[in-house]
Write a protein that binds this ligand. Structure first.
Ligand code: PA5
Length: 472
C-alpha cells in the first residue's frame, strides 16, 4: 500500500450542521460551539483521567505484544481451515462483521483468496440460522472463535455447546480442541474455566475493555487476522486518531466536536435520532457497529448522580444509495427529529464504466445521458444530491470523509467514534460504560430457562404475566 494512502486522514465536515447552511432554528452557531470549549476540555480530561484506571480500551492501539501473538497464531493455522466462525453477540460480533465488510471483498465468502478462510459471524441463536449452519458446515475444515467478555452469555454459550458437540462427534475429544479458539476474560467467567479444563487456545479481553469498546482487542483482531485483514494498519490508524484527539482544542479534535454536535442537536435542537448514512457499501456494517456503541452507551435511565433522566439518542442506519429509494423521502420531508452523518469515500477500488449507449437507444434521453459515464460518477452525484436535498430542507447533516477505505482510515474511524461516545457520556451526564438494561434482559432469560439462583426472578415474572394475554 503506498504510504500516501496509508496515512490519509479522515475528516469530519460539519459545515451543514451550522446555521449558515440550515438556518437558525435547526442549525448550530459556530460561536455557540466554541463557547463550549471549557465544558469540552473538562469532558476530555474526565475521560483521559480514567485511561490508566478503567478505560483501558483507549490504549488498545499500542498493545503490540497482543498483536504479535494474534499474528503468530493466525500464521500457525494459515491454510488449515476453510471456514472461520465467530460465535459471539453484540460487542463480541458487530465489530467483526464491520471489519470484514469494510476491509474484505463483499464476495469474500464466495471466492476467498487462495489459502484464506471464509468468515461467518453467527450473532444470533435463531434455530433457523444455527440449524442451517449445522446442516451445512464441515467440522474438519472449520475453526470456531468463541468470543465472550463475560464468558457466560447464554446465546454464545449455547452455540459453543452445540458446535463443540458436533466437533467432538466427528473429530473426537482430543481432535476437536484444535478447532476452537476462545477470546474471553483472563480469569473470570465460565468460558475461562472451560478453557482451563479443555486446554483450548485462547486470547484475553483485557480489563477495562467493555464489549462495545473491544473491536480493537483480540475480540475484533483475531478473526480479522485469520481472514487476512491488515490488523497492524488498523491499530496504526487508531493510534493516529488518538494523537489527533489529544488536542483539546474543539475545532482540531474530531471526536470532541462530533460528541458536541451530537449532544447539541439532540438536547438543544430537539433531534433525538442520529442517522449514520454510509455512502459506501463497505461501510454499511460500520453503521451497525456504531448503532450499538451509541445506543448501549448513552441510552440510560439514570444520570451519573443516580437521578432518573431517561436519556439517549436513537441510532438509525441507512445506506446510500439503496435507502434513497426507501428512507430519504422521510428524511427530507418528515419530522425535524433527525440529524445525519454521511460516511463518504473519495476513491473506491473499482471504477465501473457504463458503456456507450447502443445506437438504437441514442434518441432516448432518459438513458442516453448515462452512456460513457461511470457508476462512481453516478454514485457521487446521488450522494451529493442527497446532501443538497437534506441541506435545502434544513436538515443538519455532517460528513465523515474517507479519502480511501483502508485499514488505517477504518482504524481512525473506530477510535474517533469510541472516543466521541465516551465524551458524550460526559456531556449527557450518563455512565457510558455500563448496560443495566441489557443485563435485565439477560437475567429474565436465565430465570425463564430455569437457571439455578434465578428462582425469585422467575416467580416475579410469572406473577406479573398473569393468566390472560391480550392479542388478536
Ligand atoms: O457491549 C456490551 O457490553 C454488550 O453488547 C456485550 O458485548 C454483549 O452483551 C455480549 O457480551 P459478552 O461478550 O460478555 O458475551
Amino acid at each position: 500500500m503506498p504510504e500516501s494512502v496509508a496515512v490519509s486522514q479522515i475528516h469530519f465536515d460539519f459545515t451543514n450542521v451550522l446555521v449558515e447552511a440550515v438556518g437558525p432554528e435547526r442549525g448550530l452557531a459556530l460561536a455557540d460551539l466554541t463557547a463550549c470549549q471549557a465544558q469540552c476540555s473538562a469532558a476530555l480530561s474526565a475521560v483521559y483521567s480514567r485511561r490508566e484506571r478503567d478505560l483501558c480500551w483507549l490504549d488498545l492501539p499500542y498493545a503490540h505484544e497482543v498483536l504479535d501473538s494474534i499474528l503468530d497464531y493466525a500464521s500457525s493455522v494459515s491454510g488449515r481451515f476453510k471456514n472461520v466462525v465467530v460465535l459471539g453477540i453484540g460487542g463480541s460480533a458487530l465489530g467483526n462483521t464491520a471489519l470484514q465488510s469494510a476491509l474484505g471483498s463483499p464476495f469474500h465468502n464466495v471466492q476467498p483468496p487462495l489459502g484464506v478462510a471464509r468468515l461467518f459471524v453467527l450473532d444470533n441463536i435463531d434455530p433457523d440460522l444455527v440449524g442451517e449452519f449445522l446442516d451445512q458446515f464441515d467440522p474438519t475444515e472449520t475453526l470456531f472463535n468463541v468470543i465472550s467478555k463475560s464468558g457466560g452469555t447464554a446465546e454464545t454459550m449455547s452455540q459453543f455447546l452445540i458446535f463443540r458437540a458436533r466437533l467432538v462427534e466427528v473429530l473426537g475429544e482430543e481432535g476437536h480442541r484444535d478447532h476452537i479458539v476462545v477470546t474471553t476474560d483472563e480469569t473470570n467467567g465460565v468460558l475461562r474455566e472451560i478453557v482451563n479444563r479443555e486446554g483450548y487456545e485462547s486470547f484475553v479481553v483485557p480489563d477495562g475493555v467493555g464489549g462495545r469498546f473491544s473491536v480493537l482487542s483480540p475480540v475484533g483482531l483475531l478473526s480479522s487476522a485469520l481472514v487476512g485483514i491488515d490488523v497492524k494498519g488498523l491499530l496504526k490508524g487508531a493510534a493516529a486518531m488518538d494523537k489527533r484527539c489529544q488536542n483539546e482544542s474543539l475545532l482540531e479534535n474530531p471526536a470532541l466536536l462530533y460528541a458536541l454536535v451530537q449532544y447539541k442537536l439532540h438536547e438543544e435542537k430537539g433531534m433525538p435520532i442520529a442517522v449514520t448514512f454510509p455512502y459506501s457499501h463497505r461501510l454499511a456494517n460500520m453503521a451497525d457497529w456504531y448503532a450499538q456503541l451509541l445506543g448501549e452507551s448513552i441510552g440510560k435511565r439514570l444520570s451519573k448522580a443516580g437521578k432518573e433522566v431517561f436519556r439517549g439518542p436513537t441510532p438509525v442506519r441507512a445506506v446510500g444509495v439503496t435507502d434513497q429509494h426507501s428512507q430519504v423521502q422521510l428524511y427530507v420531508e418528515g419530522p425535524f427529529d433527525k440529524w445525519f452523518t454521511l460516511l463518504t469515500v473519495g476513491r473506491g477500488d473499482h471504477e465501473v464504466k457504463i458503456p456507450r449507449t447502443p445506437a438504437s437507444f441514442r434518441d432516448l434521453e432518459g438513458v442516453d445521458y448515462l452512456g460513457e459515464r461511470s457508476l462512481g460518477e453516478l454514485f457521487r452525484a446521488e450522494r451529493d444530491g442527497t446532501r443538497i436535498a437534506l441541506t435545502d430542507a434544513k436538515r443538519p447533516n455532517a460528513s465523515i470523509h474517507f479519502e480511501t477505505i483502508t485499514a488505517h482510515t477504518v482504524g481512525q474511524y473506530i477510535y474517533m467514534m469510541e472516543l466521541a461516545v465516551a465524551l458524550m457520556g460526559e456531556l449527557y451526564d450518563v455512565n457510558a460504560f455500563d448496560q443495566p438494561g441489557v443485563e435485565a434482559g439477560k437475567v429474565a432469560a436465565y430465570a425463564l430457562m430455569g437457571r439455578a439462583g434465578f428462582e425469585d426472578e422467575r416467580a416475579r415474572i410469572e406473577a406479573a404475566q398473569g393468566d390472560e394475554s391480550c392479542a388478536v
